[in-house]
Design a protein around this ligand. Sequence first.
Ligand code: MG
Length: 342
Amino acid sequence: MNRLTVHTAVPYEVFVGGGAIGELGPRFQALFPGARAFVAADENALALHGTAVLASLRGAGVTAFSYALPAGEAHKNHETLLKLYAAMAERALTRLDALVALGGGVTGDVAGFAAATYMRGIPCAMVPTTLLSMADSSIGGKTAVNLPYGKNLVGAFSQPRLVLCDTDFIKTLPPREYRAGFAEVIKCAAIADEEAFSRLERGDMSDDEAVFMALTVKRALVESDERDMGQRRLLNFGHTVGHAVENAAGYALLHGEAVAIGMAAMAKIGERLGVTEGGTAQRLSALLQKYGLPVEYGGDRQRVYESLAYDKKTEGAEVDAVLLQKIGKAVRRRLPRKEIVL
Ligand code: MG
């Protein structure tokens, strides 16, 4: 079992490895003595892993109950959130209890935001079930729901108190979701770890190592910039375009797929602007494609440009963009929106 500590205002530990779920009950009990556990779970994750999660908690003497959230990005909204608040209130949950978010990125966002806001905030443990959420959204404390105007427009920074990445869960993922998870892994290597990028190219990295590498890269950026005002924004590589692509596609694409398209686009733009070393875009696209990820958007590109205007990272006609200087080194640049060409 690998572990790392994220040194935010209240530090927390992250466990990565097969069978990590066995640690949930004892760790939960030690962190929140006497607390009840409200497991807010993606309906699919609950069916697959609910028994193991509840057994781990109850085995440690924790009173635990579960609540199923509808699966999918389309449900990452206030309707889902209000139903979740109601379920928490019906259980008479208080700040002496804690929420366990079980599922992918959508669940972490919605359940994390519910934990951040219910009774002005209750503790939250993250148990991500997808490769993408293990490698990315499980740490860092970003929680949010979407508005019809765009993604993540209402949310809060609220760090979890415990994160358990049971990499055995990855084995139950549909192949498409498994591949999409590598977009965030490849992103972390591309912006900060050339050696890891080379190992991914050689196919010489286990899933456990991939998750741990991505979390190590993200941890350093989160620790240096918890509120996402500067360096942490390097993690947005591929995301400004990615979010616009997701909007334009009406969420027919998975987040990882949209980010893959966004990263490929930004690498090409960077080369055209002379910021990115020649050959980088080709190398990045080749690796993305090796993992079965798309590198071009097949839909209506005009809709992507329109969506860019609503991204919270755009101000006026300029975009806060992340470009690669080379593999393993990213920089932030303000770019006119017209430079963002797919
Ligand atoms: Mg992402």
